[in-house]
Design a protein around this ligand. Structure first.
Ligand code: ZN
Length: 256
């Protein structure tokens, strides 16, 4: 499968220096947080795994927080498959820790958790979303309102759970008339600058000022389980150094 191999999530992936050098030469449509999510609209983030919401739109959430926008953060899975065969991070420990890590991360973004920001955990099986895409779409349809602005992982992101979540969100948003915006997360890893497989013509760029970048940076540090090597399996950190560097960008890129 040449296509699958070409989108493999292995090694360190494309460096941030390469991306920044190229992205800075591109005329990507600038957007503001309040034009993306106007007053009176709810922002809904659908994250396949705990951490995707911050990696994808942490800067946007930090900008919306002081505006008291209503937020719904949907954790599709609890991310229990991040450390296969690990004795340090067995699934039951991850099921407890990863939702707590997300909560700490949201607080570092300034979200009013259990106030204007609500969270829901759907409890789907980590790694198995492709098989339950239809059920996920129906479940999301019941949560969405026609006036919502929904952000999720890009449906061609290269990770099966991210793609299934993107597809399910597309179906659910179309069903109820909500606006859908897709965000590349793992695509930055396997794609290359100028890569024709990414829909650059639909790209939007949200600028992040230094204070917001710092909030996003400390927010990502809350995902402790994903940031350290696992001595019981010899595996390196799930979030590679390149992934963490991307979270320090002075902008976020979305596909409309
Ligand atoms: Zn993920």
């Amino acid at each position: 499968m040449a296509v699958a191999a070409a989108r493999a999530i292995e090694g360190l992936g494309t460096t941030e220096d390469a991306w920044l050098g190229w992205l800075d030469t591109q005329a990507i449509t600038p957007v503001g947080a309040t034009s993306l999510v106007p007053e009176g609209r709810r922002v809904v983030i659908v994250a396949p795994h705990p951490d995707d919401e911050v990696l994808a739109v942490g800067g946007l959430l930090a900008q919306l927080a002081p505006l008291s926008r209503e937020m719904l953060i949907v954790a599709v899975t609890d991310g229990t498959a991040s450390h296969p065969a690990s004795t340090v991070w067995p699934a039951q420990r991850l099921a407890q820790e990863r939702p707590l890590e997300s909560r700490r991360a949201w607080e570092r973004l300034g979200l009013d958790v259990d106030g204007s920001a609500h969270a829901v955990r759907l409890g789907f099986a980590d790694g198995g979303l492709r098989a339950s895409c239809g059920l996920l779409a129906r479940t999301l349809s019941a949560l969405l309102r026609p006036t919502d602005v929904v952000f999720t992982t890009w449906r061609h992101d290269g990770h099966p759970d991210h793609e299934a979540t993107g597809q399910a969100c597309a179906a659910a948003a179309a069903c109820c008339g909500a606006r859908l915006i897709e965000v590349p997360v793992w695509a930055w890893h396997w794609a290359e600058p100028g890569d024709a497989r990414l829909p650059w013509h639909r790209a939007m760029r949200l600028a992040l000022d230094p204070a917001i970048r710092q909030m996003k940076r400390t927010s990502v540090e809350a995902f402790a389980s994903q940031l350290v090597a696992d001595p019981s399996t010899g595996a390196g950190p799930i979030l590679r150094s390149t992934t963490v560097q991307r979270a320090h960008r002075p902008f976020e890129i979305y596909f409309s």
